[in-house]
Design a protein around this ligand. Sequence first.
Ligand code: 5GP
Length: 257
Amino acid sequence: MSRRKQIYEGKAKILYEGPEPGTLIQYFKDDATAFNAQKKATLDGKGVLNNRISEYMMLRLAEIGIPTHFIKRLNMREQLIKRVEIVPLEVICRNVAAGTMSKRLGIEEGERLPRTIVEFCLKRDDLGDPLIAEEHIHAFGWASEAEVDEMIAMTLRINDYMQGLFAGVGIRLVDFKIEFGRLAAGDGHQIILADEISPDSCRLWDWETHKKLDKDRFRRDLGDVTEAYSEVATRLGILKQPTVGGDNIAPFPSRPK
Ligand code: 5GP
């Protein structure tokens, strides 16, 4: 691993040059950060769980026709992905009020939204990923109108599918953040789903008890963070039984029941 060329290091992942042109290796770290990296910790086994959960979500989404950057999982912490130019936006999709939406608009956390809402934030750590309007995206050229339309359409399909998938295992998909990339294709490019989908980037609540099974456990000092991630993996059928270290992870992701 040490001889590979590192392309980028983020808060929770590292990207290395891949074995073939147009590929990268995405390595999932155990590091957790919140509030623009003001809060930091290392959570044993988080990277292993996120690698598996993200693999599972990307494979299921590919099955319903969502193009993704995922090629294959290489080992416990790494996956081979397509190299893309990341669109400098975070696309946030919300079904239930929580987090910054509750704070910003004074809506009680847990209130069901009148309809699904898609928001855009600019990917700028130094500015705290500010919420922006579509007007900003077009005016500053961060993405074209066609790309924005495509990202919104894909986000809504992803939301529909994931809401059903999680509901089937007793989990409410409150909200999530995704990122898209531009993949060179012919003379132009194609917009594909990139980055990861994991409890680091989703709010997942137990359907009955509303227990948080996501990164809010870390952000809000609720404890048992990796235990909660491992519960998500177990319910999805990725883990045979809850674990923290990831030792009993099933060799292949099983299909949703
Ligand atoms: P909020 O805007 O309420 O903080 O976040 C909305 C959703 O997007 C949550 O599921 C949250 O985990 C996710 N999210 C927002 N910003 C980020 C980010 O910078 N990184 C990750 N991993 N998830 C984010």
